[in-house]
Write a protein that binds this ligand. Structure first.
Ligand SMILES: Nc1nc2c(ncn2[C@@H]2O[C@H](COP(=O)(O)OP(=O)(O)OP(=O)(O)O)[C@@H](O)[C@H]2O)c(=O)[nH]1
Ligand SMILES: [Mg+2]
Length: 291
């Protein structure tokens, strides 16, 4: 018998509910019985059973019987890639959008060499495929570059017109030394800095945080109301399975250090970011051989 093919809408509806989302998250760590799920989500027995039934109906969840007990589990963990993707979409939209009527904002990306600034800029401009960044052999950015210069250097065109104007300041040592000599001339005129830290480069956390400190101190002199976003970048899907990148380690080694060095009253927001494309599976052809 051929399995029923579920449509986008069925799946989206099946997760668009607080209780069902809580059940989904509870099953992330492995199969559970209804009473296990109830303990984690704090929902009643009847609500949990009812919602599980609708999740079973669209094949989001399956179960296995062991003796008299039923263990529920996620049918395919790709559903979590999709949720990651939505989170990433939301944080990118927030970065790109500006309030209507405001003057066009100028944003400068800074960070160590190889932290991923050019890649992030390209993804803001509509190029969202990591493989294409690799095959383009991204070269280090030479000093302060406008987004159009970066695109021209890579012989690319933008698919979208961003609402902000982006610049990148290359992170190689030679440019960081130049920055030290006259930081104000580099930072002046921007409404916001996006500071990028390569989370997979744990040997250089301190180096990156020291550079961030120099920038923050200087911004404080230009204007105390300066805005800065900090991207903990290359936070690819599931890297936090590795203890090196787990939340407690990152809190201690990065977030805690950022809190220590950012001047009081300074507005900054920290995001986890990645340009990694989630695994995709699309149906090309289906054949059926009758015996
Ligand atoms: N795994 C992973 N790799 C990434 C990600 N973003 C960028 N990279 C890789 O990081 C490398 C450096 O990227 P760039 O964007 O050139 O770095 P940059 O910060 O502009 O470097 P400079 O211009 O020298 O300051 C490239 O090989 C990218 O493919 C990410 O989210 N995940
Ligand atoms: Mg660059």
């Amino acid at each position: 018998m051929m399995e029923k093919q579920f449509e986008y809408m069925d799946i989206l509806k099946a997760i668009a509910d607080d209780t069902r989302m809580a059940i989904l998250q509870s099953l992330k760590s492995g199969p559970l019985t209804v009473s296990d799920i109830e303990k984690i989500t704090g929902k009643s027995h009847s609500t949990t059973s009812q919602q599980l039934k609708s999740m079973l109906n669209v094949n989001l969840v399956t179960f296995r019987k062991v003796g008299t007990q039923k263990f529920y589990q996620i049918r395919d963990n790709q559903i979590f890639d999709m949720l990651e993707s939505i989170s990433s979409y939301l944080s990118t939209s927030e970065v790109i959008s500006t309030t209507k009527g405001e003057k066009v904002r100028k944003i400068l990306l800074m960070g160590l060499d190889n932290s991923g600034k050019t890649s992030i800029l390209l993804s803001f401009l509509g190029n969202k495929n990591l493989v294409s960044f690799m095959s383009q052999n991204l070269k280090p950015t030479n000093g302060k570059k406008h987004m159009s210069e970066i695109l021209a250097d890579l012989k690319l065109e933008s698919k979208i017109q961003p609402e902000c104007v982006y610049f990148e300041y290359g992170g190689q040592v030679v440019f960081r030394e130049e920055f030290k000599k006259d930081p104000i001339s580099i930072l002046r005129g921007f409404d916001k800095i996006i500071y990028v830290i390569d989370i997979q480069d744990d040997k250089r956390y301190e180096e990156s945080i020291n550079y961030l400190k120099e920038i923050a101190n200087c911004l404080e002199n230009i204007s105390p109301s300066y805005e800065m976003d900090i991207f903990l970048h290359k936070f690819d899907p599931n890297i936090d399975i590795n203890k090196k990148y787990s939340q407690p380690t990152i809190n201690e080694k990065v977030i805690g250090r950022i809190k220590q060095i950012i001047p009081v009253g300074f507005k900054n927001t920290v995001y986890k970011t990645t340009i990694y494309t989630v695994f995709r599976k699309s149906l090309i052809m289906q054949t059926y051989h009758a015996m």
